[in-house]
Design a protein around this ligand. Structure first.
Ligand SMILES: Cc1ncc(COP(=O)(O)O)c(C=O)c1O
Length: 391
């Protein structure tokens, strides 16, 4: 039992129809927008009510609330194969990266930060902001939907402090070979951070197997939670080597010491946290991640693989131009189609109760385990009626 929920045998095929029935949005919409925001499960909805009831009944229940934050920390640790002491719970991915960046020094011989064309803006902007502190940002260019490993091999050198890159690109779903990039970084003495926001919850990921030093992700997409809660993983051996200057009272070794005479960062990853935990969001994140545990990430990955395969097949049949790489190992849970007028296309599909999103001229089709082939067929029937808006 994990938090009162029975964990099913992940080798057994889950009951996808029953699981889908827990997401009321499907009564009204074909929701294929998990790359932007995951669908709301009844359990997650109920967790908000529970939070409100707790407030009405007890007023403030800090011990229980801190417990919810710790439960989320434990669930994140299990999700990525880390220890709970290696996980900081943050308000956003941006907060986690900022805290990490504040702990790095760019004054020494290593001041180069490597990012790529695949980054979500926050994972570029924060590193460019460090240029005011001496960092040099090098951005590797995309070539035909990928960043060739040779580019990392050439760019990472004795000046490189950190490589900070996305596992799955938010614009078209291309997936990078993070273990291979991490191996290059390690061999050249650089640190490695992965932004797994577009991957976590949609596929298995183990920080130790991947060989990364840091990882960031958040709860509002494939983790089924909400906005306003995220996490930063720091490899155990590195925690005490990095002292963030972006901090707060929940980052101190003894939170309740209420010390105003100095700064005593926690000896765990909690040193990368800041203020009061996002209490209502903890309830929702815990409920969302518990559903994923119940199903098993391998089952989820297989299911998403079947759905993305059918998106690629139907696109090929119709002759639509796919922006995502075709090989299953080289894309995440999103398949993107090139379009001519993305805003018109999204608005027009919404009239047919189909929810998708777009970025950089691409229509992003992002299924999760709760989607089915009927959702995809419905989307393609709607696309065929609007062919002129696609490339
Ligand atoms: C890959 C990736 N990183 C980061 C973010 C944003 O993170 P936050 O808003 O929590 O800072 C997103 C959001 O869409 C994303 O897709």
């Amino acid at each position: 039992m994990i938090h009162g929920v029975k964990v099913t045998n992940s080798s057994k095929e889950p009951d996808w129809t029953e699981l889908r029935s827990r997401f009321p949005v499907f009564q009204k919409k074909s929701y294929l927008n998990s790359c932007s925001y995951g669908a709301l499960a009844k359990e997650v909805d109920a967790s908000v009510c529970r939070y409100l009831e707790d407030r009405n009944e007890k007023g403030a229940d800090w011990d229980f609330w801190v417990g919810r934050n710790e439960a989320v920390r434990g669930l994140v640790a299990q999700l990525i194969g880390a220890g709970p002491e290696e996980v900081a719970i943050t308000a956003s991915v941006s907060a986690g990266i900022n805290s990490l960046a504040s702990a790095l020094s760019f004054d020494g011989p290593r001041n180069k930060v490597i990012i790529t064309d695949f980054e979500f803006p926050t994972n570029a902007q924060i590193w460019y902001a460090q240029e005011m502190r001496g960092a040099r940002v090098v951005r590797l260019a995309e070539e035909g939907g990928q960043i060739p490993l040779e580019k990392f091999e050439q760019a990472i050198d004795e000046d490189t402090l950190i490589v900070a890159t996305a596992q799955v690109a938010f614009g078209h779903g291309a997936k990078q070979d993070i273990p291979a990039i991490a191996e290059i970084a390690r061999r050249k003495g650089a640190l490695m951070m992965v932004d797994g926001y577009q991957a976590f919850g949609s596929m298995s990921f183990d920080v130790r197997q991947a060989g990364v030093d840091f990882a960031v992700g958040g709860m509002l997409k494939y983790l089924l939670g909400t906005a306003g809660i995220a996490f930063l993983y720091i490899r155990q051996e590195l925690i005490e080597a990095f002292t963030p200057t972006a901090t707060g009272w929940f980052a101190q070794e003894d939170i309740m010491a209420m010390d105003i005479t100095g700064y005593s960062p926690s000896s765990t990853a909690r040193r990368f946290e800041a203020g009061t935990p996002p209490v209502p969001n903890c309830y929702m994140a815990e409920a969302g991640m518990t559903i994923l545990q119940e199903i098993g990430l391998e089952n989820i990955e297989t299911r998403i693989g079947q759905l993305t395969a059918s998106i690629k097949d139907l696109s090929a049949e119709a002759g639509y131009s796919v922006a995502s790489p075709p090989e299953p190992s080289r894309h995440g849970a999103m398949i993107a189609l090139r379009c001519r007028d993305e805003d018109r296309l999204i608005a027009s599909l919404a009239e047919d109760n189909i929810v998708v999103s777009c970025r950089n001229g691409n229509l992003r089709i992002a299924p999760h385990f709760y989607n089915n082939h009927a959702d995809i067929e419905r989307l393609f029937r709607a696309l065929h009626k609007r062919k002129e808006l696609l490339v």
